[in-house]
Structure formats: structure tokens, C-alpha cells
Design a protein around this ligand. Structure first.
Ligand code: ADP
Ligand code: MG
Length: 348
């Protein structure tokens, strides 16, 4: 007898289930791979005395160009070496009407000087110049010269009323410790307005991430090893955060076997020698991260950890001159050391 050519109900059900399974597999593959990823637009240029690489995914077609223009605009206003900048005008004459950008940054920087009890001090510029860090003509100034210059270092003497700033005679400001961080914030906001949901902004040692990587995973930001200009200490995984490092290795000179670097202790007028070799700060705001990376470097490990305990609005990786590493609790999962070395996690 011939078999009934009609399929049995059970076989129909199996076939339907197979089809449904196949369709859902297809849908899954499409969700993972078929949705077009935004194209990367990327550009590297020299600005703000460093190398900047901006990588922008998606958004309006002029997003990258607009970001680049904004960097140049801010540089022209904030640069302490450009004679046409707002900062130079103020330093030259002792009083100046600032552009709204410069006034805003100065106002916020002064708040951060106060918050860090003067470890960050925007009036340290005469001292920075005396050591030759502005020109590369390095010298170790004599003590009397430094003592005289230190009398001019006091951020509480800077007056800012509206957009008009004034300084005591002989005082000068430098926003170099916070300018790149604030620029990161400004660029991130501008890119978001232009529809960009994913970008990596590398502003020298300042990294600013917008959103996640286009595939939805965290950005993996390498942290330099301060003892080895080329090597990496580890990697920190973040999204929508600024990761800013200040280190003695970035700009320095050596005399008689002593290394002198460009981060000054405003209390002594000499390069900050607090036992730290580098400080990396992870925070929502680039300005805050930049201000803190400089200030915590000046404070040293113990004071930096006290500052973290009192505020808890950032995380930090502190590398001591002996090579040991301390990370604050919020980075325990996000930070991975690349080699073997002592690592302490501070949780409270
Ligand atoms: P970088 O600019 O190399 O990334 P920082 O953000 O730490 O590093 O800023 C260092 C610059 O800020 C120095 O080149 C100097 O012009 C200025 N500076 C140095 N020490 C201080 C300080 N304690 N407070 C404010 N500005 C400082
Ligand atoms: Mg800084």
C-alpha cells in the first residue's frame, strides 16, 4: 500500500517549528550584523601644544569639521603663548574683557582652585616661565628669584566681574592645566548636538569618550606607564567619561641627575615632588578630570585619597615613583593592569 502523500499533522508542526526557529536565527544575525554601523570620520592635527586625534562616528556630515573649528577657536582664546589670546591680553595689561568662553573657563577654574585648596592655582604661570617650561629654555631658578615670584602666585587675587578680569600687578594666569579638559567637554556637547552618539577625542594626554563604541561596548583607554614613555600601565574601560593623566614624564628636563617637570607645587614654586609619578582621573567632566589630575599630582597619594573619600565624584589611578599603583574602588572592575606590579584598591 502506498503511503498517504499528505503530511501528518505532527510533521507539519515540526516543519513550522523549524521555520520559526530559522526565522528567529535570521533576525538575531540581522540584529547583530546587518544594521549598518556609522562610518568613522577621523582626523589628527597639532593644536593646544599637543597632538589631537578626533574620531567621530555618525552624526551630521560636518560634525568633525565643526569640532576641529571649535578647537582652533578655543586655542586662539586660551593660549598663554599666543599674543592675541584673551589670556595674553589679561597677562599683559592686568585687566581685560574676556570672550564668554574664556570668562566661563576662568570662572570655573577659579572654583576648582578653591576646591583643591590651591593645589591647582591658575596664577602659577610666572613660576612655570621662570623654570623655562614656556620656551624650552630650561633653568633652575635661584631661591630668591622664586620667592619673589611666589608672592604673585595667589588665585584668590584674581577678580572676575561678568566678562571683565583683572589681576594684581605682576600676576599672570595660565589655563593650561584645565584648557584641554574643558575643550573635551565643549567638543562632546557640540558633537552630541550634531547627532553624534559615539566618538573618541584624544587631546594629548586627555581622552574624552562620547557614548560607547559604535558596537555598544566600552572604550578601552590605555594608561601610560610613567616610568617608560612608550609602555602602558594598563587599560581602563569606560563610556561617556573623560580619562585625563598628568605625569612628570610629559614635559621635563634634567640637571645634575635631578628631573624637573612641568607640574608645579604652588606652595613652593618648584616642580611638585609628592611621591607620585602620574595621576589618571576618570570623571564625567573633562574639566574636572583635568583640574584634578594636576591637583592630585601636587597633593600626593594620601591627600589625593582623602580628597577622593571626601568627594566621591571621580575615580583615580595613582602611580607612585616606586612603581606601585593605587586605584580607587570604582575602577576595581574597569581597570586592568598590563603587567605584574603591586596594586592596591582603596574602597573607602
Ligand atoms: P598637560 O598640560 O601636560 O596635560 P597638566 O594638565 O597637568 O598637564 O597641566 C600642566 C600645565 O599647567 C603646566 O604646563 C603649567 O603651564 C600649568 N601648571 C603647572 N602646575 C600647575 C598648578 N599647580 N596649577 C595650575 N597650573 C599648573
Ligand atoms: Mg590638568
Amino acid at each position: 500500500m502506498r503511503k498517504n502523500p499528505q503530511k501528518s499533522p505532527a510533521r507539519v508542526r515540526t516543519f513550522a517549528a523549524f521555520l520559526a526557529f530559522f526565522a528567529s536565527l535570521l533576525a538575531l544575525f540581522c540584529a547583530l550584523g546587518c544594521t549598518p554601523r556609522p562610518e568613522a570620520a577621523k582626523e589628527t592635527s597639532a593644536a593646544m601644544d599637543t597632538v589631537m586625534t578626533l574620531t567621530v562616528y555618525g552624526g551630521e556630515t560636518d560634525a568633525l569639521a565643526a569640532a576641529k573649528d571649535r578647537v582652533l577657536e578655543l586655542e586662539a582664546r586660551l593660549s598663554v603663548t599666543d599674543p592675541d589670546s584673551d589670556v595674553s591680553a589679561l597677562n599683559r595689561t592686568g585687566t581685560a574683557v574676556l570672550s564668554p568662553d574664556t570668562a566661563e573657563l576662568l570662572s570655573r577654574a577659579l572654583e576648582l582652585c578653591a576646591r583643591t585648596d590651591g593645589a591647582l592655582d591658575v596664577t602659577v604661570y610666572p613660576v612655570v616661565r621662570a623654570w623655562g617650561f614656556t620656551t624650552g629654555d630650561y633653568t633652575v631658578p635661584d631661591e630668591d628669584a622664586l620667592a619673589a615670584l611666589l608672592e604673585k602666585v595667589d588665585y584668590t587675587e584674581v577678580r572676575l566681574e561678568g566678562d571683565t578680569a583683572s589681576l594684581p600687578v605682576g600676576a599672570e594666569i595660565d589655563l593650561g592645566a584645565v584648557a584641554k579638559g574643558w575643550t573635551g567637554d565643549e567638543l562632546a556637547a557640540l558633537l552630541r548636538e550634531k547627532g553624534v552618539e559615539s566618538a573618541l577625542l584624544e587631546l594629548g594626554g586627555n581622552i574624552h569618550t562620547v557614548g560607547t563604541k559604535p558596537d555598544g561596548s566600552d572604550w578601552r583607554v590605555a594608561v601610560r606607564d610613567p616610568a617608560d614613555g612608550e609602555g602602558y600601565l594598563g587599560v581602563v574601560s569606560v563610556s561617556d567619561k573623560a580619562v585625563v593623566t598628568s605625569g612628570g614624564y610629559e614635559r621635563y628636563f634634567e640637571r645634575d641627575g635631578v628631573r624637573y617637570w612641568h607640574i608645579m607645587d604652588p606652595a613652593t614654586g618648584a616642580p611638585a615632588r609628592s611621591g607620585l609619578a602620574s595621576v589618571t582621573v576618570v570623571a564625567d567632566s573633562g574639566l574636572y578630570a583635568d583640574a584634578l589630575s594636576t591637583a592630585l599630582f601636587v597633593m600626593g597619594r594620601e591627600a589625593a585619597l582623602d580628597y577622593w573619600r571626601a568627594n566621591r565624584d571621580f575615580e583615580a589611578i595613582l602611580v607612585s615613583e616606586d612603581g606601585s599603583v593605587t586605584v580607587t574602588g570604582g575602577l576595581e572592575e574597569a581597570f586592568t593592569l598590563s603587567g605584574e606590579r603591586p596594586l592596591a584598591v582603596v574602597r573607602a
